[in-house]
Design a protein around this ligand. Structure first.
Ligand code: PLP
Length: 448
C-alpha cells in the first residue's frame, strides 16, 4: 500500500469538498460516502474492508472481471516502452493492432475503426461521420439526425440532442444541436410487462421512422441512432422484429443506421455485438466500456467500408479526409489494454459464457415477480432490470433505498429512476447470480 492510499483509507479523513462528482447527488453522497478501494474478480473491497460483489460490472463495463493481470502487464509494459504518441499524422503499431482485434469481432464489412476515449465521444464521432458521409456523396443537405425517446447516447451536445432522457436534456434544452428529431421508445408495460427476453409486441413501433420521413422528407435525414437494447434508461429490450424493420426503413431511404453499442458491445448479450445477436447490421457501431475491460478510457466507432470509403476516397491522397480526432485517440496504453482484453474474451470464451448463463440469469431475475413493489421485469443476455412502483410524489427514492440496502448487504447494483439494473461481469457464477437476486429480494422486503 502506498502513502496516498494509506492516507485516504478512511472516508472520515478525506477532504471531499474539491471533487465535484458526476451524475451523483453530491451533498447526499458526501454526507454518507460509499468508497471503494480495491477490486479483484467479481468483488470490490470498500475502504473499511467490506467485500462487495459487483452486480453491474462497474458501469456495465468490466466484462472480464476486475484486476486482470494480463491487462495490467500489457499496460505497464506499454507505459514503460512509450507512454504517449500522437495519432495525428503519426502512428504506432498497437493502434493498428487494436483496430484489427476490434474489427475481427465486428459484423462482416464493419471493419474500419476510429478510436476515441468515451462513449460520448464515440457517439459524437459517429454523428459527424454520418454528416461527412452524405456530404462526400454530394448529399450535404442530409443533416437531420434522429434519436429515440428514452435513449442514452452520452453527454456531449450531440449525445444529449439525439438522446431522449429529459433529465439529461432540460437544463441544456435551448442549446441542443439543431435539426434533431426522435422516434418513440419501445417500452410498454401495458403490452409487454414481464416479457422474458424480447417482447413479442411492438415491432410496428419502428414505423415511427416513416412518420418522421413523411414529416421531414428522407432527403434531409442523415442518420438514425439507437441503442439496440436501451441500457441506462432502464434496460428496454427491443421487440422481436423491431430492429430489422428499422434497418429496412433506413435502407429504403438511404438513411444511415447507427447502433450505440457502448453497453451491448463485447459480450453483454452473449455475442460480440448486439448486431450479431439480433442479426441486424447497421452502418456504424459505437462502442466503449468493455472494449478494454474499462481499464483505461477508450472508445471507438466501427464504420462499414461503404461509409469509410466514401469519405476517405473522396479527396486527393494528401488531404486530411475527416477533420476530427482526439489527442488521446488510440492512446498507446489504452490500445495495449484493448488487445489484452480482447485476447481474454476470446481465450476464455466469455461471450459464449454469457450466452450459456443467460437462461439462468433470466430465471433468477424473473423469480422476483410478485415481490414487494415490483411492476415489471426485463432481461436479455446478462442484462436485466426490475422496475418498481414509484412512491407517490417521490419518484426514484424507492430504487435508491433498494440500491443502498443491497450495497449494505454486500452487492453493488445500479438504479435509474425507480428501475434497478443488473449487468454482472461475464465471469459471474450461477451461485453468484442467485446471491445477487436473493439479496435484491431481501432489499425489496426491507424498503417501504
Ligand atoms: N452510449 C451509451 C449507450 C451508453 O450507455 C453510454 C454510457 O453509459 C454512453 C453512450 C456514454 O458513454 P461515456 O459515459 O463513456 O461517455
Amino acid at each position: 500500500m502506498n502513502a496516498v492510499t494509506e492516507n485516504v483509507s478512511l472516508s472520515s479523513e478525506l477532504d471531499m469538498s474539491n471533487y465535484w462528482m458526476p451524475f451523483t447527488a453530491n451533498k447526499q453522497f458526501k454526507a454518507a460516502p460509499r468508497l471503494l478501494k480495491s477490486a479483484k474478480g467479481m468483488y470490490y473491497t470498500t475502504v473499511d474492508g467490506r467485500s462487495v460483489m459487483d452486480g453491474c460490472a462497474g458501469l456495465w463495463c468490466v466484462n472480464a472481471g476486475h484486476g486482470r493481470e494480463e491487462i495490467i502487464e500489457a499496460v505497464y509494459k506499454q507505459m514503460t516502452e512509450m507512454d504517449y504518441a500522437p495519432s495525428f499524422q503519426m502512428g504506432h503499431p498497437l493502434a493498428f493492432e487494436a483496430a484489427t482485434k476490434v474489427a475481427e469481432v465486428m459484423p462482416a464489412g464493419m471493419d474500419r475503426i476510429f478510436f476515441a476515449n468515451s462513449g460520448s465521444e464515440a457517439v459524437d464521432t459517429a454523428l459527424k461521420i454520418a454528416l461527412a458521409y452524405h456530404r462526400s456523396r454530394g448529399e450535404a443537405q442530409r443533416t437531420r439526425l434522429i434519436g429515440r425517446e428514452r435513449g442514452y447516447s452520452g453527454v456531449g451536445f450531440g449525445g444529449i440532442s439525439v438522446g431522449g432522457i429529459s433529465t439529461n436534456r432540460k437544463a441544456f434544452a435551448a442549446n441542443m444541436i439543431p435539426g434533431v428529431d426522435h422516434i418513440s421508445h419501445t417500452h410498454s408495460i401495458e403490452h409487454a410487462a414481464y416479457s422474458q427476453g424480447q417482447p413479442t409486441w411492438g415491432a410496428h413501433l419502428a414505423d415511427d421512422l416513416e412518420r418522421l420521413v413523411a414529416l421531414h422528407d428522407a432527403s434531409t435525414i442523415a442518420a438514425v441512432i439507437v441503442e439496440p437494447v436501451a441500457g441506462s434508461t432502464g434496460v428496454l429490450i427491443p421487440p422481436q422484429g423491431y430492429l430489422k424493420r428499422l434497418r429496412d426503413i433506413c435502407t429504403k431511404y438511404g438513411i444511415l443506421l447507427i447502433f450505440d453499442e457502448v453497453i451491448t458491445g463485447f459480450g453483454r448479450l452473449g455475442k460480440a455485438t448486439a448486431s450479431e445477436y439480433f442479426g441486424v447490421t447497421p452502418d456504424m457501431i459505437t462502442m466503449a466500456k468493455a472494449i478494454n475491460n474499462a481499464s483505461i478510457p477508450m472508445s471507438a466507432v466501427a464504420a462499414s467500408r461503404q461509409v469509410h470509403d466514401a469519405i476517405v476516397n473522396a479527396g486527393p491522397d494528401n488531404a486530411i479526409e475527416l477533420f476530427h480526432g482526439y489527442t488521446y485517440s488510440a492512446h498507446p496504453t489504452a490500445a495495449a489494454a484493448c488487445i489484452a482484453a480482447q485476447n481474454i474474451y476470446s481465450r476464455e470464451g466469455l461471450f459464449e459464457r454469457a450466452n450459456q448463463l443467460a437462461p439462468k440469469f433470466q430465471a433468477a431475475i424473473h423469480a422476483l415477480r410478485g415481490e414487494p413493489h415490483v411492476k415489471d421485469i426485463r432481461n436479455l443476455g446478462l442484462m436485466g432490470a426490475v422496475e418498481l412502483e414509484s412512491r407517490p410524489s417521490a419518484p426514484g427514492t424507492r430504487a435508491y433505498d433498494a440500491f443502498l440496502n443491497c450495497f449494505q448487504q454486500g452487492i453493488m447494483i445500479r438504479f435509474t429512476g425507480d428501475t434497478l439494473a443488473f449487468s454482472p461481469p461475464l465471469i459471474v457464477s450461477e451461485a453468484q447470480i442467485d446471491e445477487i437476486f436473493a439479496t435484491v429480494k431481501k432489499a425489496l422486503h426491507a424498503v417501504a
